[in-house]
Every structure is written in structure tokens, then in C-alpha cells.
Design a protein around this ligand. Structure first.
Ligand SMILES: [Zn+2]
Length: 249
């Protein structure tokens, strides 16, 4: 892996992250991602190229609109920086390979779904419908295990979350999302991802309740936890499972 490729993918991630912000902000409320061009949410001034440089524009303007001085949401530069970091992680972990390609799709979906779920408590069908055929093609041509592992992963992933959704607390968006994750991961990685998601949700959600950031009854977006757990299982699942089994046997 040359340094240049790593830098290239980090920058690509920053730029795509900027676009993912727009998608996550507009698609759940039925707006076009192309029109109108980006403008300040407060004063409506149309943003110029120099206002749209990922992360850098936010830092230079110290998180404020250059035209009206209104504070900008930290979600924007955070989404850009996290996408850049995740693109870098994928090329470092998988290199320029089919697995890396599927990894880039997964991290892209992670960012859009997480931003949308955090902002609107929604995982838009349109976003899932965009990624489903691409991931299906990726897994179809380059399966990581026998095909029925992937089918079983999809059924289990959707099925487990459906049980939670029927009891309330999770939405149908989560069901569809985790079915898609299960399709990519296959079994047994899907089961590992579910356990990691439970652990993350319990630790972080419980922690936020303890410090009083959220109340017990307030719904918590699960999409980000499901996706982070899926990425961990996709990147390191077989190693984690092997290490765990070697502890027992
Ligand atoms: Zn403004």
C-alpha cells in the first residue's frame, strides 16, 4: 500500500462525506440532493466553493456561517472526517480488492444511515434501495463464504431485529438495514455483529441515561450501532470468532 493511495482514498472519503451529509439531510424529508445548491440554513446565502471544502471550511470559519455568523452543526465536519477516516481504514484493511469495494459501499451506507437516523430517527428506504443492488452484485460475484451463508445471514439479521421491532423500540428501517448487513456478512459473522451491536447499544445508551443525556423512554437510534457492529464484524469477524473459539476449546 503506497502512501499516495492512502492519501487519495482519505481525500475521496472527505469529498464523498460532504455529499453524504447532503443526502442524509435531504432524502429523509423528500428533497432533491441536487437542487437547490447548498445554502446557509439560517440566512439562505448560497455557499461558494470555498465554503464547501470538507472540514477545512468549518475550521477556517470557526464553525460559523461566513455571511450571517450563525453556528453550523458539528454533524457536517464530523460526517466528512468520519467518512475520510473510514475510507482510509477500508484501503488499509483490504487494499484495492473486491472486498475493499464492498467495504467502501458498507462504510458509505454507514455514514448516510447514521446521520439520517441521528437527525430524523429514520432510515430512508431510498438509501437502502440504492445500496441493495450494489451490495447484492458485490456479494454475488465475490462471496466471502458459501452463498447460503449469506442468505441465512440476511434472514437471521432481518428476523432478529423484526422480533425487537414487533415489541416496539426498533423500526422497520432497522429490520431492512440489518437484513442487508446479514446478506453481506453471512453467518456466523452476522451473529457476532448482533452481539457487538447489543453491547455498544447497552454500554453507550446506558451511559447516556446515567449522565442524564437521554431519558429512559426516549427512543434511541439503533442504525449507527447496527452499522458500526457490522463494520467491525466485516473487518475482523473471522479473527474475533477464531480467538473466541480458541479460548473455549
Ligand atoms: Zn448564514
Amino acid at each position: 500500500m503506497t502512501m499516495l493511495i492512502a492519501i487519495y482514498f482519505s481525500i475521496l472519503g472527505l469529498v464523498f462525506g460532504s455529499f453524504f451529509n447532503v443526502v442524509a439531510l435531504r432524502v429523509p424529508v423528500g428533497k432533491s440532493v441536487i437542487n437547490p445548491p447548498s445554502s446557509c440554513g439560517n440566512c439562505g446565502t448560497r455557499l461558494r466553493a470555498m465554503d464547501l471544502i470538507p472540514v477545512a471550511s468549518y475550521l477556517v470559519s470557526r464553525g460559523k456561517c461566513r455571511y450571517c455568523g450563525d453556528s453550523l452543526s458539528l454533524l457536517y465536519p464530523a460526517g466528512e472526517a468520519i467518512t475520510g477516516f473510514l475510507y482510509l481504514w477500508v484501503v488499509l484493511r483490504f487494499g484495492i480488492t473486491p472486498e475493499g469495494g464492498i467495504g467502501l459501499l458498507l462504510v458509505s451506507m454507514t455514514v448516510i444511515v447514521s446521520l439520517s437516523d441521528l437527525k430524523y430517527m429514520r432510515i430512508p428506504n431510498k438509501v437502502l434501495l440504492f445500496f441493495t443492488p450494489l451490495l447484492l452484485l458485490g456479494v454475488g460475484f465475490f462471496p466471502s463464504s458459501p452463498w447460503w451463508h449469506h442468505v441465512l445471514g440476511a434472514l437471521l439479521g432481518g428476523g432478529i431485529i423484526l422480533i425487537f421491532a414487533l415489541r416496539g423500540g426498533m423500526g422497520m428501517g432497522d429490520v431492512k438495514l440489518f437484513a442487508l448487513c446479514g446478506l453481506v456478512l453471512g453467518v456466523p459473522e452476522l451473529i457476532l455483529a448482533f452481539l457487538i451491536a447489543c453491547l455498544l447499544g447497552t454500554v453507550v445508551g446506558g451511559g447516556m441515561m446515567l449522565v442524564g443525556r437521554v431519558s429512559r423512554k426516549q427512543p434511541i437510534p439503533f442504525g449507527p450501532w447496527l452499522m458500526i457492529a457490522t463494520l467491525i464484524a466485516y473487518g475482523y469477524g473471522s479473527q474475533i470468532i477464531k480467538a473466541y473459539l480458541s479460548l473455549i476449546f
